[in-house]
Design a protein around this ligand. Structure first.
Ligand code: ATP
Length: 767
């Protein structure tokens, strides 16, 4: 009775949980090796002795902390500089430790880091793929854990130190490797030529439209080289840097040739020119440029066909007649198969813009079918292929579509540049180097996974504080990732930016309805500042004016994609900057880029995070007149931790939001699995630390079973592959699984499109 009384007293006096005292004594080795109940009894006795001899509670608590078994709420927080205590030898075999070892094992199974300060070692819930189930699956144990955790996060300790405990953001991170930056001389192009459009043999009304409606006087280099070749009737392959004016390079000759057709073109004649582009937004943009050029030639009717629009209204427009038809390949093929009125008898031009991308997406079959339909109805035709990154795939397309082509390449690819270039193995995949805009300042920042989310947020907030607000595009690997960050930033960051001028976040991806996509595209085009979160759907061809920053939060799958993404800024001689975010295991990617003559300079993570020092909402409130530090590495780390805690609080506010974050994490892992073989030595799922990656989704723990679920699905796919190969040779199931998961092109497909995708590997982009 006395023992119980004293124990009760200790608890009452010190407010300590019984288990904590037990932990303290167990950890100091006095009860080592004793069976559980005996150890507990002995612990009581030790407490009794401690109480009788007035052993200070701090001492007991310190012992408990040394043991690192159970959390006693006295420990100071944000102790970044302080070394962690070593576990006393005796603690190894204590009951508490035995239990924590099992938990560690479980967590390690799920990819979680073994955390020494975990409060309740309950396993975190599995990802439930079915929406809405999350709310019912949380066990009471987890709820208890959450309750305790949230108490821990918010607490202010009596010594006046703030307690931001959840995010040990700056501990246990891998070292950031020194970035070796090879001496790379990028390929450069002269953007403008000295020649004017009036120097060409064009219709005077066309020249005045270019000068007065489009406001252009001088030709760009690519226009100077391409337009004359096309006016001579040659098939042409055009490669020049992003934002160099390739649209007009083909648009002007097409309009010039069609306005001179005699007798005059009738709307009901149907198509004279066919322009194929990979995405809907690019279709709209190209349509708008052609429409402007046609201003003085009102009898020539342009039109656009693209996925997401109503087929019925497109059929009606086709019936009335479209003379310059701009389309995504899938939708055109759709009409070829199902629309009676479509014919190509009079087609004189075939233009394939972003030709390499169209083939990347697996449209080769569609393109071949379109070419067959064209060839069967018209023989005399001029063909043009264009891209900033023409590759071997396009050479194949050129073989089947071009006759004796002229090749236009603006960049000075002289051998003298070659000696500086580094050629890693991966470069053999894409043997050519491509020109980059000269005024583009490219940076890369290497950030541990745990800090990735706060670093991105810090970067956006830091730029938003600048005098000139940025117009920024942030690229992600999938629709789910775009949605996740759009919502998270909208909820956590927007309320904190100034009331008069809140950050404008927009998002664009393939899972959105077409009307919404078009609206966002137009809104961002017109905006002076804002942050567009998007997938690669916005990477190609889009001419969004005055974009100042490109951020690649997830590395692209190829150097070509890198070039097109960064090519959304620094267009036509303007200034622009880009930032590539990499985790330490991905740092080698910088050398791969160097192999393609792409030179990036390093930006330090600390410099990005220091942007948080300007954010008052991240100041830590301290009690007892202790002033929070407002500068220096410690203050920067504190604020990063506060921001991370805000993200975590939002994510863990309900089971639904937690489930939503887990799904985003899952999408990230899946997208990671789709990097091509040649890049797997850098981007391999195995090199990801799930526990750390989870932090970048505001999750406090790696979802249990995530890795099993993923390998499970791959194994399942593997079995399907095995069965298939028994029956017939088909493209690998794993490959198709990868294709399905890849970027936004794989998600949100209509059942019909999914079936199509299964059969041919095509994307919904063109349908
Ligand atoms: N001669 C010119 N003078 C001034 N501006 C021009 C000229 N030619 C094109 N532009 C403008 O340059 C911008 C980029 O043109 P465009 O989109 O055709 O580039 P691009 O080479 O197709 O880029 P990408 O490879 O990214 O698709 C557009 O805003 C266009 O209006």
């Amino acid at each position: 009775m006395y023992v119980i009384y004293c124990t009760y007293k200790i608890q009452a006096v010190a407010g300590a949980p019984w288990t904590a005292c037990e932990g303290s004594f167990c950890s100091c080795g006095l009860t080592r090796g004793l069976p559980g109940s005996v150890a507990a009894l002995c612990s009581c006795m030790f407490q009794l002795i401690a109480f009788s001899f007035r052993v200070p509670w701090e001492f007991l608590a310190a012992m408990g902390d040394e043991g690192l078994i159970l959390n006693i709420t006295h420990s100071p927080n944000l102790n970044y500089g302080k070394k962690t205590h070593q576990k006393p030898h005796g603690a190894q075999k204590s009951r508490g430790n035995r239990r924590s070892k099992a938990v560690k094992r479980k967590l390690q199974d799920a990819g979680e880091e073994p955390s020494s300060k975990r409060l309740t070692p309950a396993p975190v819930p599995d990802i439930k793929p079915k929406p809405g189930k999350g709310a019912t699956t949380e066990s009471s144990q987890q709820k208890t854990k959450k309750k305790r955790n949230s108490g821990k996060e918010k607490e202010e300790n009596p010594k006046g130190r703030s307690s931001v405990k959840t995010s040990s953001l700056f501990k246990n991170n891998p070292d950031i490797p020194d970035i070796e930056r090879p001496n790379v001389k990028q390929l450069q192009e002269e953007v403008f030529s000295s020649d004017s459009f009036a120097d060409l043999d064009l219709h005077p009304h066309l020249v005045s439209t270019i000068n007065n409606v489009l406001g252009m006087a001088r030709m760009t280099s690519v226009q100077k080289m391409t337009i004359p070749a096309l006016l001579l009737g040659k098939d042409t392959m055009v490669r020049s840097q992003t934002g160099s004016g390739k649209t007009l390079a083909y648009g002007i000759p097409v309009v010039q040739s069609l306005q001179g057709v005699t007798p005059k073109i009738q709307r009901s004649d149907g198509p004279y020119a066919l322009v194929l582009v990979p995405t809907r937004e690019l279709a709209l943009q190209s349509f708008s440029t052609i429409q402007k050029l046609l201003k003085p030639f009102t009898w020539i009717v342009p039109g656009v066909l693209m996925g997401g629009e109503k087929r019925k209204s497109e059929k009606a427009r086709l019936r009335k007649g479209i003379n310059i038809l701009i389309s995504t390949p899938g939708r055109l093929l759709d009409h070829i198969k199902s629309t009676k009125n479509i014919h190509f008898r009079l087609v004189r031009w075939l233009v394939v813009d972003e030709a390499d991308r169209i083939l990347d997406l697996g449209f080769e079959k569609d393109i071949t079918a379109i070419l067959n339909a064209l060839n069967s109805q018209c023989q005399e035709r001029q063909n043009v292929l264009l891209s900033a990154t023409l590759n071997q795939g396009v050479t194949r397309l050129a073989d089947i579509s071009l006759h004796d082509p002229v090749s236009v390449t603006v960049a000075d690819d002289s051998p003298c540049n070659e000696k500086d270039a580094v050629k890693p193995e991966a470069a053999t995949e894409e043997p050519r180097s491509f020109a980059m805009p000269g005024q583009l300042h490219q940076h890369a920042v290497v950030v541990p996974s745990k800090l990735k989310l706060v670093t991105l947020a810090a970067f956006i907030l830091g730029k938003w504080k600048c005098k000139r607000k940025p117009k920024m595009i942030v690229f992600f690997a999938s629709c789910e990732l775009v949605e996740f960050h759009f919502t998270l930033f909208g909820r956590v960051l927007i309320p904190q930016t100034s009331k008069e001028d809140p950050a404008l976040f927009l998002r664009l991806h393939g899972n959105m309805k077409q009307e919404e996509r078009t609206e966002v595209f137009e809104q961002f085009t017109q905006a002076d500042a804002g942050v567009l979160l998007c997938t690669d759907v916005a990477a190609r061809g889009l001419d969004l004016p005055q974009v100042t920053w490109i951020v690649q939060y997830n590395a692209p799958v190829s150097a070509a994609d890198y070039i097109h993404r960064v090519g959304r800024t620094a267009r036509l001689g303007a200034q622009g900057s880009s930032l590539l975010v990499l985790i330490p295991s991905e740092a080698e990617y910088i050398q791969t880029l160097a192999g393609h003559k792409i030179s990036v300079s390093e930006m330090k993570m600390e410099d990005v995070l220091s942007g948080l020092l300007m954010e008052d909402f991240l100041k830590i409130k301290r009690v007892e007149n202790k002033k929070a530090e407002s500068s220096g590495p410690q203050a920067m780390r504190e604020r990063a931790t506060v921001l991370q805690t805000k993200f975590e609080d939002y994510v863990h506010a309900s089971p639904d939001t937690a489930l939503w974050a887990k799904k985003a994490l899952q999408s990230y892992i899946r997208s990671y699995a789709t990097y091509p073989k040649s890049m797997k030595h850098i981007f391999h799922v195995r090199s990801l630390h799930l526990g750390h990656v989870a932090k970048s989704f505001g999750l406090r723990d790696a979802p249990h079973n995530l890795s099993q679920q993923l390998t499970g699905s791959l194994k399942k796919q593997g079995k399907v592959k095995q069965k298939r190969s028994d029956r017939q040779k088909k493209p690998g199931a794993k490959q198709r699984f990868s294709d399905l998961l890849r970027s936004e092109f794989a998600s949100g497909l209509s059942p019909k499109a999914k079936k199509k995708l299964k059969n041919s590997g095509n994307s919904e982009e063109s349908t």
